[in-house]
Design a protein around this ligand. Structure first.
Ligand code: B3K
Ligand code: ZN
Length: 865
């Protein structure tokens, strides 16, 4: 059945539900091609209206439908695309619906499907409607009781949300389990898993003494790689008690890892389902980035138990209510587990890499969008990453105490509800006694504000006046913008690096750092007792998601790089200098930057992870975004020539680092990962000098997956003839491990080698390429289009054609995946006419396909608009 008609859903059209469901009992008789789902719901009318009951449902075969035990006659209901309508139901009744579905042929990976011969589900956002007819909207919250029945030999483990109430054997080799979740929840949090797993188990005792049985279920043979996820889970549970006073609320917490999954993971109540790439890790098969991501995502999904599950969203426009807040909580968790400054810089890099580009193109949308066709297309960097930044700014603006009071008020007053951003912000207004109307603009307006800063020093009066202004460009559908409050964190140093303290009006103390908020379009902040002309940093810690024009001289930036007390500012100064050089905007000389980076190497032992970040130049995507008429080939060459200059000047020391033997035994700690990150950064720079024995040896001597992948990347980037040999060895060693083979695909697709387009075409035809496995698809398509911008934007249009044709092939199988693959097209209008015309042709071809899914059509149309 085709999707419901292409309607645009608008926030302004929100209506509370006419009917509510308080309880639902589900019975699944699991069979791969013919699963029978019997759903019994307690339905009641919520208001006076006697409107029909409209249930959502897609790709369902209705077996029977009855109210209070009496089957409905054919004139009492009708079935339309996407819904089932019961014309005049009573005010309160028991609804029995029996549907038949085919998980084995469900390639959408949404609803109930099979992965590796096991049953699993994905219901966010609107997957439950392909399991049964239901009020599939987050403001309908019901208590779920779920009975699973299946063949015992094929599906020995049966899991669902909540606590296990009962289990036992049935005739004919079948068995059953009943799971009861006492917490009312929206249908998007429903989950079931059934199959043959291997599992590891542990226990967590909450601060009030509740014993929680923890389990992680993986494919047979994978348990040795599940330990880090379990360890991360226990740390996350503890951290949420300490940082947010949030305790877990069931007797069990289970995680199931599945191979075929459309995104990272899913926070189903008591039964998180994870992409196996975010559970399985050990030294040989996972990189440090994998370990870091596992810790972060295990934390993220666990933190959703409060921010998302107990307090859920009223409607999908409020997605950032749970996602932005949970990203913020996850980032704080990672900062506490690892190095706070390094975490902050990584978060900023991610925001800039993924969100700034979105904000600058045709897909720009507000953190809380006001309309959509498919909500799946709005699980974006803006909702997630910028949504997290908005919470961070709220905290900076209100201060730690009022923020904490607001959070606790939110947890207490909104528990058990489906809430809105207004409800959330209202808690902070109440806790702080401040109006936050203008702060709401951060949720409502798309685009990255541009902050302009100019300073005036009056030597005789020893005063410094800082003029700050903001500007927000038009974005699709939002021609005019209003100023939003921008938190600033301001500090001064002298040209020789001394910290300069100063005073502001109304405060007698001289301070080394000031917090201020730009409330309007512009403002002047005045500082007194400033003993010498300062070098100013205004967004220390990246206090707001803005771009900054601060007019500092190259000398001032070099001083910041060397001396600013704020690590973010030190890193940013180096990045800004490098960016200006690569964009040909002048600024510091190459040798000055090289010397400054040399000093980073001198002190690398203090914090290798920071030094590694400092040595990595802004990537090509960032240069494209900063350039008004980007030429990817020129920008690539210019970046290469700076890398070559740096590598030439620092060669001996970089080689020394690149040749250090990997540490054994392996530790995934942040410290050990930091040392490996420095080694990877050294290899990356050395690759700019062309093929070398150092790079080949680095691959052969790698002691961990991090080192192996860094060496592979360097061999690729240096155009080394040893690349193919290393790839062959890698493939041979890891061919039985799909997650590692994903890295093998990605290493080739992301390599800037001259022959990459031919390579990705060959890889697409490779026997191990699998259109039905999202990880494999992304390891080729996303690695190519997002990490290899020169090739993706190649002037002859081959890169665009490759991505569009892959999306076309995947669309009928998995629309959500196909639609997301097209994201890299968001920048197409920034390029020259020739590239634009290739991109337009590729997108228009997609738009012309009559059977294109609603997901992909929406993405294509918005990108073209
Ligand atoms: N909430 C899920 C994402 C679901 C995506 C649906 N299209 C994972 C997360 O953000 O935690
Ligand atoms: Zn989330």
């Amino acid at each position: 059945m085709r999707d419901a008609e292409n309607v645009t859903v608008r926030l302004s059209d929100y209506q509370p539900p006419d009917y509510l469901i308080d309880e639902i009992a589900l019975v699944f008789s699991l069979e791969p091609k013919a699963t029978i789902v019997a759903a019994r719901s307690h339905v009641r009318r919520s208001g006076a209206s006697t409107s029909p009951l409209v249930l959502n449902g897609e790709r369902l075969e209705l077996q029977s439908i009855a109210i209070d035990g009496a089957a409905l006659a054919s004139d009492q209901f009708s079935i339309e695309p996407g819904r089932l309508i019961i014309h005049s139901p009573p005010a309160s009744f028991l609804l029995d619906v029996v549907t038949r579905i085919s998980p084995a042929t469900n390639t959408h990976l949404e609803g109930l499907y099979m992965s590796g011969g096991r049953f699993c589900t994905q219901c966010e956002a609107e997957g439950f409607r392909s399991i049964t007819y239901y009020l599939d909207r987050p403001d309908v919250m019901a208590r779920f009781a779920v009975r699973l029945e299946a063949d015992k030999a094929s599906y020995p483990t049966l899991l669902s949300n909540g606590n296990l109430a009962e289990s036992g054997d049935l005739p004919d080799g079948r068995h059953f389990a009943v799971w009861v979740d006492p917490h009312p929840k929206p249908a998007y949090l429903f989950a079931l898993c059934a199959g043959k797993y291997e599992s590891i188990h542990d226990q967590f005792v909450t601060q009030s003494g509740r014993k929680v049985a923890l389990g992680i279920y993986v494919d047979p043979g994978d348990t040795p790689r599940a330990g880090y996820a379990m360890d991360s889970l226990k740390r996350a549970m503890k951290w949420d008690e300490e940082a947010f006073k949030r305790e877990y609320d069931l007797d069990v917490f289970n995680i199931v890892a599945v191979r075929d999954f459309n995104f990272g993971a899913m926070e189903n109540k008591g039964l998180n389902i994870f992409n196996s790439s975010l559970i399985l890790a050990d030294a040989d098969t996972a990189t440090d980035a994998d370990f870091e991501a596992i810790e972060a995502v295990v934390g993220h999904e666990y933190f959703h138990n409060w921010t998302g599950n107990r307090i859920t969203c009223r409607d999908w426009f409020q997605l950032c209510l749970k996602e932005g807040l949970t990203v913020y909580r996850e980032q704080e968790f990672s900062a506490d587990q690892r190095s706070r400054p390094v975490q902050r810089i990584k978060d900023v890099k991610r925001l800039r890499a993924r969100q700034f580009g979105e904000d600058a193109g045709p897909l720009a949308h507000a953190v809380r969008p006001s309309s959509y066709q498919k909500i799946d297309n709005f699980y974006t960097a803006t909702v997630y990453e910028k949504g997290g930044e908005v919470i961070r700014m709220l905290k900076r603006i209100l201060g730690e105490d009022a923020f904490t009071r607001g959070m606790q008020l939110y947890f207490e007053s909104r528990d058990g509800t489906a809430s809105t951003i207004e409800d959330f912000i209202g808690c902070f207004e109440e806790a702080s006694g401040r109006k936050l109307d203008s702060f709401m603009r951060w949720y409502e307006q798309a685009g990255t504000p541009a902050l302009k800063v100019r300073g005036d020093y009056d030597a005789s009066a020893r005063t410094y006046r800082l003029h700050v202004s903001q500007r927000l460009s038009a974005t699709p559908g939002q021609p005019h913008k209003l100023p939003a409050p921008i938190p600033l964190q301001i500090g001064f140093i002298s040209p020789d690096g001394a910290i300069i303290a100063s005073k502001v009006e109304g405060d007698n103390l001289s301070r080394t750092e000031h917090r201020a908020v730009l409330e309007d379009t512009e403002a002047t902040f005045e500082f007194s007792d400033v003993l010498e002309k300062p070098i100013v940093s205004v967004v220390r810690g990246f206090s707001a998601p803005v771009t900054l024009d601060d007019d500092l001289t190259p000398e001032a930036r070099l001083a910041q790089m060397a001396h600013d007390p704020d690590p973010f500012t030190r890193w940013e100064a180096g990045q800004t200098l490098a960016r200006s050089i690569m964009l040909g905007e002048g600024g510091a000389s190459v040798s000055e930057l090289t010397m400054a980076l040399g000093r980073e190497l001198d002190r690398a032992q203090e914090d290798p992870a920071f030094a590694a970040l400092a040595l990595r130049l802004p990537d090509l995507n960032e240069l494209i975004l900063s350039s008004s008429s980007p030429d990817p080939d020129k920008l690539f060459q210019s970046r290469e020539s700076l890398r070559r200059a740096i590598a030439t000047a620092l060669r001996d020391r970089l080689e020394g680092i690149a040749k250090t033997r990997g540490e054994t035994p392996f530790s995934p700690s942040a410290e050990a990962a930091g040392r490996r990150a420095l080694k990877s950064a050294a290899l990356d720079l050395l690759a700019a000098l062309g093929p070398s024995q150092t790079l080949t040896d680095a691959y052969d001597n790698a002691q961990s997956m991090t080192e192996a992948v860094a060496a592979l990347d360097a061999l690729g980037a240096s155009e080394s003839p040893a690349f193919d040999e290393a790839l062959a060895k890698f493939y041979d060693r890891w061919k039985a491990n799909p997650l590692v083979i994903d890295k093998w695909f990605a290493a080739q697709a992301s390599s800037p080698r001259h022959d990459v387009l031919a390579r990705v075409e060959r890889l697409r035809a490779h026997a191990e390429f699998n259109l039905k496995n999202p990880n494999r698809v992304r390891s080729l398509a996303a690695a190519f289009a997002m990490r290899n911008p020169r090739a993706f934007h190649s002037a002859n249009g081959d890169g665009y054609r490759f991505l569009a044709s892959l999306a076309e092939t995947i669309d009928p199988l998995n629309p959500a995946l196909a639609a997301r693959l097209l994201t890299p097209f968001e920048s197409w209008k920034r390029f020259d006419a020739q590239r634009q015309s290739h991109a337009r042709t590729a997108l228009e071809h997609l738009a012309s396909l009559p059977q294109l899914s609603k997901n992909t059509r929406e993405m294509v149309e918005r990108t073209l608009a």
